[in-house]
Design a protein around this ligand. Structure first.
Ligand code: ADP
Length: 631
């Protein structure tokens, strides 16, 4: 028997495993099963390459067994096995400890923050030391005579000695640690638990994973008595649904797969298949839920896709695979370019993941675009659920994702009940119309009745309705669409160049003094009082100058820690309304009354916008006294 110490690096990793505080220790089983599957792969390919007969694909399998009393769990394969030297080389040292280096560079030595390395990339064979206090490996390399036994109970080292073993392959026996208050190791000696773990992590391993399962059945002819019996079961389904060709899988199968794996009660709204080759070879199966999860627009929601390497689950929810704007997409990615192998440099993983995620982003985009064009109803439902997230995408990327997202946006508009894209809006624009007009407010109902929209609608110009808090911010970031600037119906300048506008400019000049007087009376409330270019029948409305609109002011002030942001208000008067003539008269005859009217008009404009009045009591008193005047 040879007794050996572990190489320094391996010892470190081992210590990490033995003392692991990692909560998902269960992944050790996935690691051992993956190793077994790799070992079978190696032998299977060799049989194909060397034309070895007598070994058919069907004869390969992985077997799991356990003994509660002896506290042992065994994973056996009939793969390629290991020679004496291979045992020493493979299990005595970690060839290129990529993940260990990664850990050393990034983790906190003090706290032993090993969580990510283990969870995301696996650390192979050694992870078994998270749950076992002794491990025995008996192995016979294919085509050799002598089997060997490797044994270790941790950092002290390992022994290797010859042993007896029938048939090629490897048998790994773990002596499971006693349970503690913190960790329930007994679970790894429970039939049900083991079956669940195999299904969770290793369902798509290509070879059958078998276990002798204890069952019971009613004894025939007896009165409700049962007998126990044992049946060998294959625990994994082997062929991943995403690897089957589209025509082979029914919609029902896809839907039930989605509901089971992604814990949704409802069928998905849409399924996307991705299969690529080239710089990033992977399959992906993506789902758009039919409803936003209850926590979707909260911090609790975790975006991501399940990540598989050749059918083996690496990460339950890999956030890096999805851009934020499409965080509502569920699904999985399976790539053969990724490996559980610890020797892979982490950077390489990163690059590969980036490639995959950019492909996925493009695919989701093109799929949504095609729904928008070909199945509008379905797209509108999706947009109603998740459109807000796409808008956030544009805003939070400072418009960098404008290209990706802006042609996916839909808005309500003055054109009717159906929603419109920006492109469709532009197609309907009048010849004289230079800008894309929009109005903001709490609801479509309210916006559609805003006085500010009167003149534009009269000209036959369509107005987009903005009802989400983020809407105006998004338009600010986008600035224009197809060369046409966005303009608010309540903003500085509507850019109209018609006769009425010229007339109003004239009125403005003519009555500048009176308007200035009124502004003076409303000091601190409005910046200017002006003759309006946008009103037709209404006497008054409130607009703003500069970057901030009233809606933006409201949204910003609602944010915690923010208040006192104020938009520059302009009180606009309709010079064609009889009231205007009255104001002109009052300017000559009764300025106190004009001052009172200025206050009343300002308050009316606030009411129209749904804004609170500064002094509702004064407003009511003034109104009442006017109403009480002689008729
Ligand atoms: P890896 O990430 O390379 O799988 P492991 O520590 O899990 O790292 O295993 C180290 C090496 O030991 C493997 O690369 C493989 O060569 C060998 N090995 C592990 N398990 C088996 C097995 N069941 N059969 C044959 N070889 C194995």
């Amino acid at each position: 028997m040879r007794k050996k110490a572990f190489k320094a690096e391996s010892k470190r990793l081992l210590e990490l495993m033995i003392n692991s505080i990692y909560t998902h220790k269960e992944i050790f089983l996935r690691e051992l099963i993956s190793n077994a599957s790799d070992a079978i792969d190696k032998l299977y390919y060799r049989t194909l390459k060397d034309g070895i007969s007598g070994l058919s694909r069907d004869s390969f399998c992985i077997t799991i067994s356990f003994d509660k009393d002896a506290r042992t769990l065994t994973i056996a394969d009939n793969g390629i096995g290991m020679t004496d030297e291979e045992l020493e080389h493979n299990l005595g040292v970690i060839a290129q400890s990529g993940s260990l280096k990664f850990k050393r560079d990034t983790a906190d030595e003090e706290t032993g923050d090993d969580i990510d390395v283990i969870g995301q990339f696996g650390v192979g064979f050694y992870s078994a030391f998270m749950v076992a206090d002794e491990i025995t490996v008996e192995t016979l390399a294919y085509g050799t005579e002598q089997a060997f036994r490797w044994k270790s109970s941790g950092v002290d080292g390992y022994t290797i000695e010859p042993c007896e073993k029938d048939g090629h392959g490897t048998v790994i026996t773990l002596h499971v640690k006693p349970s503690t208050e913190e960790a329930d190791y007994d679970a790894y000696l429970e039939q049900y638990e083991l079956m669940q773990l195999v299904r969770k992590y290793s369902d798509y391993i290509r070879y059958p994973i078998r276990m002798d399962v204890q069952k019971n059945r009613p004894i025939e002819g007896s009165d409700g008595e049962y007998e126990n019996y044992v049946e060998t079961e294959t625990l994994n389904s082997m062929v991943p649904i995403w690897k089957r060709s589209k025509s082979e899988v029914t919609e029902e199968q896809l839907f039930s797969f989605y509901k089971e794996k992604f814990l949704d009660f409802k069928d998905p709204a849409h399924v996307i298949h991705v299969s690529t080759e080239g710089s990033a070879t992977f399959n992906a199966l993506l789902f758009i839920p039919s409803e936003a999860p209850y926590n979707y627009y909260t911090r609790d929601y975790e975006k991501g896709l399940k990540l598989y390497a050749s059918g083996v689950l690496i990460t339950e929810c890999c956030g890096d695979l999805l851009p934020d704007c499409f965080s509502f997409v569920k699904g999985l990615v399976d790539s053969q370019d990724l490996s559980l192998n610890i020797s892979r440099e982490m950077l390489q993983h990163d690059r590969q993941l980036k490639l995959i995620s950019s492909r996925i982003e493009k695919k989701i985009k093109s799929e949504l675009k095609s729904l928008l064009e070909n199945n509008r109803e379905k797209y509108e439902t999706i947009f109603k659920n998740f459109g807000l997230q796409m808008k956030y995408g544009i805003y939070s990327s400072y418009g960098m994702q404008k290209e990706l997202l802006s042609d996916l946006l839909l808005y309500h508009s003055s054109n009717g009940d159906s929603m419109t894209t920006l492109t469709e809006y532009c197609e309907r624009m009048r010849e004289s119309q230079k800008y894309i007009y929009y109005a903001s407010g709490a609801s479509i109902e309210r916006i559609s009745r805003l006085p500010q929209t009167e003149r534009l609608l009269d000209l036959g110009y369509e107005i987009l309705y903005m009802t989400d808090d983020i809407d105006e911010f998004v338009l600010r970031v986008m600035r224009e669409w197809e060369g046409k600037e966005f303009r608010s119906v309540s903003g500085d300048d509507l850019g109209l160049e018609d006769e009425l506008t010229a007339e109003e400019t004239k009125q403005q000049e003519e009555h500048q003094e009176m308007l200035d007087f009124m502004a003076q009376q409303l000091k601190g409330k409005v910046k200017r009082v002006a003759a309006s270019q946008r009103l037709k029948t209404y006497p008054v409305c409130l607009t703003t100058e500069g970057m901030l609109s009233l809606e933006m002011e409201r949204v910003l002030n609602a944010a915690p820690g923010e208040n006192g942001v104020r938009a520059e208000r302009v009180l606009e008067l309709n010079a064609n309304h009889p009231l205007f003539a009255k104001l002109v008269r009052l300017y000559e005859s009764n300025r106190d009354r004009l001052s009172e009217y200025a206050m009343l008009l300002y308050n009316q404009s606030l009411l129209i916008e749904g804004l609170p009045l500064d002094d509702p009591i004064a407003f009511s008193a003034a109104m009442s006294s006017i109403m009480a005047e002689d008729d």
